[in-house]
Ligand binder design. Sequence first.
Ligand SMILES: [Zn+2]
Length: 449
Amino acid sequence: MPQNKIYKTVRQYNKKPLQTEDMCKLQEIARDYAYVKNCTYQRYSGVGGLLKIYPGYTVQNEMTKSGIREQVKLPSVYFYCAVFEALGDIKTQWTNTKSSVLSAIHKNNGFTPEEKHYLRFVIKTSGCFDHVLNGKKIAIPEKMEETYDHIMAALGGSSSIEKLNKYLCRQVRKKLQRLQTDKADGFSLTERAYRYGTCGKEQGIFLSTKESRKRMFISLTDNNAYDRQLYIRLKPEKCGIEIAVPIEQKIRSHKDYTNETGVSLGMWHMITTDTGNIYGECFGQIQQELVEYVKASDQTYRKEKKNNAGRKKYKAHKAKLDARLETYVNQEINRMIAEEKPEAVYLPKFPRNNTKGYDKKVNYSVNVWKKGFVKDRIKQKCLENSIKYIEVTGKAISTECSRCGTQGKYQKDIFICKSCGYEDDKKTNAAKNAINRGRLEQQYTPVVH
Ligand SMILES: [Zn+2]
């Protein structure tokens, strides 16, 4: 991933339910896809595979010659996607294994600093780690030779090296997990396997199938077309699919964004800042409309279960209300960022038991509208604008006095501190606490991973 880019996922959905026959064809591709992934795991996820997976051409060539593709009759566009996806998983698995072995070494007090140095060197140098694990002679890259000689001299003797190598093999055997997938609910496909277009009056996507030259058409709810690797998740229970599209986004950075903004989220007013500014004033109201619509429709639905036309209408209207709320949330977060110009945004984590204390009505709307959505959007917008996003401990944040730190009380929307006499809007006080705690905890997540 390039340094100054981030990705977000856009999703597309089928417009009409898929025919059973078509769904079966897609499920067959998904099953074969999983099978090819498992074959790749089996052959290359072990210690022996280490010599072949970087950069991966060997794996590609060997898999081509293996005859597996001909055996399952999977179009090559899907076949290679499956191989590369599995290869990616294998590489990730090795990264994780190495880092957990490194941490075991770090914690082990039985090693001298020189021994630790040697082990770290072997793990991090290509031509060393894979060779040691496979019982081969270490191949030191030329530019590392001097470092290696130094380490050797400090260790004194090849018997200790043998002991250390054995330790490494044992640790890897212990930490390396067998990769295997039982899921066959989707697959990736590159541009060569699909085409966006129209069929009759419908806009949608044509997918390669296992029958040569026969593409399957699926109408979509939007008219967007993309030109990158997609992931198709099958939803057989809904006779539908979901297409996940990774969208690259440039990160903007703003020299004039220098403020620290504490934020408190609410069900009614979406965002209250530490200076008392409110964004998303109509959040609760729009949400309420959605809740009431769902509630009313639920009652009619219970009464007349066979009314399919009514259900369809309901779904369409609900989707419209959902989209309206989503747009509103995005708009208001953008406005917050543009006006507050923050360098860092602090907000409290949700308490673990967060249903306590809310009344039932609010609780119901929490279920309808995913609570995490607003937070996820704030996080994403912060990423896009190079703003630090910092979550702080949320425990008792609304009852703490942001001026003196003692626990106070709030009545309705006003926080009152008996200890120092501080009085403020409850949400503003909580947002101030978010900044205070953030500075104290220093719990920030880096802007770019
Ligand atoms: Zn106080």
